[in-house]
Design a protein around this ligand. Structure first.
Ligand code: ATP
Ligand code: MG
Length: 434
């Protein structure tokens, strides 16, 4: 099945075209068959009454005048010869036999007929007879059909082109909305409030499908917004009781217990803050994009880490990148990634890759243990932490990567994770330049 094309457009075109052509060819051959039959019966009918008359005229004419009449009695595919004609074998092919039968029916009652074949590429026969005065007469006949009109092939070509054009137009009607759908699904952005992105135009079915798709998108956006709001509300409202509990613990007698409880409450505060941060990140960004100089921007972030003694290296290829980005959001992305790198490894490295003219990629690598291949997708989910890091002292909530990925996707970019060959994690943040 390697010849069968993979695209729907090609497949449908082939099926529709083959069907139309087959149907056309069938009706054409039926018409041709019918035409041949009727043409043959017309030819034979003509032969019957015309030959009988002509032979009777020639028989009654004086010998001297016969020659002058021959051109008048000649027809498209037969003429008369005064003489015995050429000798030959009796004809056997189908066409000749039909002609012989008609001639026999009309003239054999009065004259003795003998037939011979004239050699040549087309069937060509002669009928020999003797007139009543004893002189020989030969009828030279090429039994053929009237030729097909010369404009017919032109009309057929035109018809063929028409069929191809119609098939292609019809198939495109089906395939185009499908492609629009694919595009709409690909650019579906459930976490934003972007309005319906599928135009509700075209044929009725396509309109309905587009409407259903847009409704689905709106529903998904609604669910996500609702969940984010619930999370934000819970996180927010927890802050007050936590503060109250802290105040109460301050007054507790036992210092050891107090310190432990205090630590637990600090952890809770941290969790709550992250919950709010994540909920916020899924809302549409309020921060307007600004033109930033990528090198200076990342350098300042890296310097903040280096200042407090962290092991961070920043390398940048020649050339300055100016980029439209949301600085707050990008700073949070970088901070989350670098925190991870330093938490799970001991050294982080930032490089820039100039992937193409439309995008730039920030690469953050570390020397940590990396993430198991089958969990690379899952760690991007909120609150997901790799099993081995749950028991570590490196406590966390599992929100860092979820927030980073969310912020990057809101800026129209993409965050991807991968393990390096030499060990350690590599995070690629691809951002559009415009
Ligand atoms: P938080 O960032 O919310 O304080 P976290 O760092 O555990 O907590 P994420 O940043 O979302 O959460 O990361 C999710 C999980 O992915 C981590 O728990 C860890 O198992 C794994 N992970 C993230 N970055 C790295 C890394 N650089 N090296 C190894 N594992 C990592
Ligand atoms: Mg983290």
């Amino acid at each position: 099945m390697t010849l069968w094309p993979r695209s729907l457009l090609a497949r449908l075109t082939i099926i529709v075209l083959a069907g139309l052509l087959l149907a056309n060819a069938l009706s054409l051959s039926l018409v041709m068959f019918e035409r041949m039959r009727s043409a043959r019966s017309v030819m034979l009918g003509n032969l019957e009454y015309d030959v009988a008359t002509s032979v009777a005229i020639l028989d009654r004419l004086p010998v001297a005048e016969r020659a002058a009449w021959l051109p008048k009695l000649a027809r498209g595919n037969y003429h008369y010869i005064l003489g015995p004609g050429a000798p030959g074998k009796a004809p056997t092919d189908k066409r000749s036999r039909d002609a012989i039968r008609s001639l026999t029916d009309t003239v054999a009652s009065q004259y003795r007929l003998r037939f011979s074949t004239v050699a040549g590429p087309v069937s060509h026969i002669q009928a020999h007879m003797v007139l009543s005065d004893g002189s020989p007469l030969t009828l030279d006949l090429i039994p053929h059909m009237p030729p097909v009109a010369r404009w017919l092939p032109l009309v057929f070509t035109f018809q063929l082109m028409l069929v191809v054009l119609c098939a292609w137009l019809a198939v495109r009607q089906v395939v185009r909305p499908l492609m629009r759908f694919t595009h709409a699904v690909e650019s579906l952005e459930p976490a934003t409030n972007a309005p319906h992105n599928m135009p509700e135009q075209g044929p009725l079915e396509v309109q309905q499908a587009a409407r259903a798709f847009n409704a689905m998108q709106a529903r998904i956006q609604g669910y996500i917004r609702q969940r984010a709001q619930i999370l934000a509300a819970i996180s927010h409202d927890l802050q007050t009781p936590i503060t109250r509990m802290k105040l109460r613990i301050e007054m507790a007698e036992e210092p050891a217990l107090r310190d432990k409880l205090m630590q637990d409450l600090d952890n809770m505060t941290q969790l709550v803050r992250e919950g709010i941060a994540w909920a916020r990140s899924t809302e549409s960004l309020e921060e307007p994009p600004r033109q930033i100089e990528l090198y200076a921007f990342i350098d300042s972030i890296a310097c903040d880490y280096v200042d407090v003694g962290k092991n961070i290296h920043f390398e940048m290829p020649a050339g300055a990148y100016s980029l439209a980005a949301r600085p707050q959001a990008l700073r949070r992305v970088m901070t989350n990634l670098l925190d991870n790198a330093l938490k799970f490894g001991s050294r982080a490295e930032i490089t820039l890759a100039h992937s193409d003219s439309q995008a730039v990629t920030i690469v953050v690598t570390d020397n940590g243990p990396g993430i198991p291949q089958d969990e690379l997708e899952a760690v991007l989910q909120p609150f997901y932490r790799v099993e081995s890091s749950r028991n570590r002292s490196t406590g966390g909530t599992g929100l860092g990567l979820a927030i980073a990925a969310e912020l990057v996707s809101q800026s129209g970019g993409k965050l991807t994770l991968g393990n390096r060959d030499g060990g350690g994690l590599q995070v690629n943040v691809t951002l559009p330049k415009a």
